[in-house]
Design a protein around this ligand. Structure first.
Ligand SMILES: O=P(O)(O)OC[C@H]1O[C@H](O[C@H]2O[C@H](CO)[C@@H](O)[C@H](O)[C@H]2O)[C@H](O)[C@@H](O)[C@@H]1O
Length: 264
């Protein structure tokens, strides 16, 4: 049963995750660390969340990761990430990883670049026909954005792209999101990212926060000792729910306060 967390209140689940011996704090980016904006590459994490990410990253046995559907190159830009950062990145819904001291890890499977280029070439003219619809090239596929489009336009362009992919690229994974429809040649979801981060850092607990359908892949593999936090409305298997990205900063602050005090 999901319960709503209100900033300024205590919660046993936050206390428990803060006290886990080796903690990974994994944050979805768009809609969780960053409020939605019209232009995808202008999205940035809220400054108050960045401050808590820095606090948590400085604590012993504590790792912070952004786990996103963005391609890694774009994720590094919008998180203002640098080569000396302690922050881990998982991009392309868990198909790409950047670790401190290691950098970008090798892809675990071949990219299907030629097929992806064919997909781009087929999708671009569809997108161009509709007002307010944008094309996002992605390392393993494509995103079709409709945040700036009328509802009937969104319905029409998604139907047309769906029909194209069903006919020519039927194996590609479909992911609907907030005013975006994506297709990827890679099957990994954020569940894979939880497995990878747990193994990489020998985590005894993962705090994962996310706002979207794709984030429920991650929520679904959290277990005893972990904590899922859903941002905003929607069906979820998370333990806690907050109203908006603005409530993620106080939540992280509670965890950092308890964890910092326990390690003094
Ligand atoms: O896994 P996430 O980090 O949540 O990424 C999911 C998709 O987010 C991006 O699109 C969303 O955010 C945009 C910027 O705020 C917004 O304009 C758009 O309407 C949203 O759907 C991103 O562009 C996609 O590549 C991500 O997969």
């Amino acid at each position: 049963m999901t319960r709503t967390w209100t900033p300024g209140t205590s919660d046993a689940a936050l206390t428990a995750i803060a006290r886990t011996p080796r903690l990974v704090v994994a944050l979805d980016f768009d809609g969780t660390a960053s409020p939605f904006v019209l232009e995808p590459m202008s999205a940035r994490a809220l400054p108050e969340i960045v401050a808590q990410v820095e606090r948590l990253s400085a604590l012993p046995d504590t790792v912070v990761a952004y786990v996103s559907g963005r391609s890694m190159d774009d994720l590094r830009v919008i998180t203002e990430h640098h080569d000396d950062s302690p922050v881990v990145l998982a991009g392309s819904h868990g198909a790409q990883y950047w670790y401190p001291g290691i950098g970008l890890t090798e892809p675990v499977a071949e990219a299907r670049d030629a097929e992806r280029d064919d997909l781009w070439a087929a999708v671009r003219p569809i997108v161009a026909k509709y007002d307010g619809v944008e094309f996002e090239p992605k390392t393993y596929g494509v995103g079709v954005h409709t945040r700036g489009a009328a509802p009937e336009v969104e319905e029409a362009v998604f139907a047309e792209v769906d029909a194209l992919v069903a006919e020519r690229f039927p194996q590609w994974r479909r992911r609907p999101g907030h005013h975006v429809l994506e297709f990827s040649s890679r099957a990994e979801g954020k569940d894979a990212a939880m497995v990878a981060l747990r193994a990489q850092f020998d985590a005894t607990g993962i705090l994962f926060a996310g706002d979207d359908v794709t984030d429920e892949d991650a929520m679904g593999v959290l277990g005893e000792g972990d904590l899922g936090v859903r941002v905003g409305e929607g069906a979820t298997s998370a333990i806690l729910r907050v109203g908006s990205p603005q409530e993620i900063a106080p939540l992280l602050s509670v965890v950092a306060d308890i964890r910092g005090a326990a390690r003094e």
